[in-house]
Ligand binder design. Sequence first.
Ligand code: FES
Length: 145
Amino acid sequence: MYSEKVMDHFKNPRNVGEIENASGVGTVGNAKCGDIMRIFLDIDESGIIQDVKFKTFGCGAAVATSSMATELVKGKTVQEALQVTNKAVMEALDGLPPVKVHCSLLAEEAIHAALWDYAEKNGIKIAGLEKPKNDISEEEEEEDY
Ligand code: FES
């Protein structure tokens, strides 16, 4: 039921770990399933994401989506990273089963939370970035599954 790419990123997740003195750190959870994801971004002066690491306490799909999301934002500008939606992450993984779609939302939201933290630390505004939620399960209830 999982694609080969999902299994690969689950078994060999890329960019696991932490970044000390990160430019931005975002932590997002889902109270319903209890999964938590934390993303660390190292952003240079020209706004390029030089390094990214993650720690995920969660299901296999959450690990695979965080791994893929970190790969997709590495080397990108802040604006480009904002375009890495959960759909983009899912496509890059060749899809996820419907019950696991929320896991990819966790990855999108954790990146947004880390970007938000970076913007706050630097007193800047990132166009198009809204204040992220700490718990995405609230959002899910509003959606139809
Ligand atoms: Fe909740 Fe995967 S089951 S993040």
